[in-house]
Ligand binder design. Sequence first.
Ligand code: MTE
Ligand code: MO
Length: 314
Amino acid sequence: MLIKRGNDIPSSEITPEHIYVHRRAFLRAAAAAGIAVALREAFPESLRAQDRWPQGKRGPYDTDEKPNTYKEITTYNNFYEFGTDKGDPAKNSSLFKTKPWTVRIEGELKRPATYALEDLLKGKTIEDRIYRFRCVEGWSMVIPWRGFQLSELIKQVEPTSRAKYIAFETVYRPEEMMGQRRPYLTWPYVEGLRMDEAMHPLTLLVTGLYGKDLPNQNGAPLRLIVPWKYGFKGIKSIVKIRFVEKEPPTTWNLATPDEYGFYSNVNPDVDHPRWSQKTERRIGEFLKRKTLMFNGYAEQVAHLYAGMDLRKYF
Ligand SMILES: Nc1nc2c(c(=O)[nH]1)N[C@H]1C(S)=C(S)[C@@H](COP(=O)(O)O)O[C@H]1N2
Ligand SMILES: [Mo]
């Protein structure tokens, strides 16, 4: 190694004291600016929204449990249209176009129509609600959704007395959704609810999370959330809503009927054929929690199933 001795240093390399001080201040300022840029990149607006999120229960439908982080909610997803790994939807959905967006409402109702999403949202009471979310695979999260009660839309479009169920359909766009080019499931993804479940005040059509528009991987621009049911009932990127007389087909039931029923109510006493449903792992936690009947919403929804054999109607 070459060691420069004091008298070897050319004068051009010796920094006069006053310039040195200025340079130090400049470097400090540059470093501060650099950190600000780096922070903005590492913590985009959406993450700062999480920091501003007021803690605790605010409305009557909120859980007081601590929400999962924005990052957890948006990087650990199930959205098979974009691949089957939990990280795939965040990676593969960036080119998915959600503007413009229309929703067709048809079947047993007075005025079937196709709505631009903006028109569908007009006049709706948009709320933020912190719900527990339980995936059928045995993990759970707490998610601050933004949306409106599905009941508001149903009342507006006036279904006929023959409408006993409501069916939902995800967009079919294999050119943008690489998963739809593979037979993971039958496409498009479809789901359904009984009319009283759809009318329940807990049932939401969701447009956002953490107070911001839904990211593509979470089902932009419009998805369903039924907090007392397993996560797969929460169909994403909805383009069609149909009022029907008979129980509609549902994607996971079509795929594996003995594993996934129509109702899919969270129930620790009814095991999945391949695993127990008694416990769940909250994403971000190590120890498992006990799964609660109807995902903790029994007081609000148990009456919907009074007299039903929940082993048969799982
Ligand atoms: N269209 C569509 N909707 C879907 C799915 C899907 O693969 N495609 N996965 C479901 C499953 S299994 C779960 S657990 C939730 C996941 O929602 P999240 O990624 O916002 O947590 O979306 C549900 N909705
Ligand atoms: Mo799921």
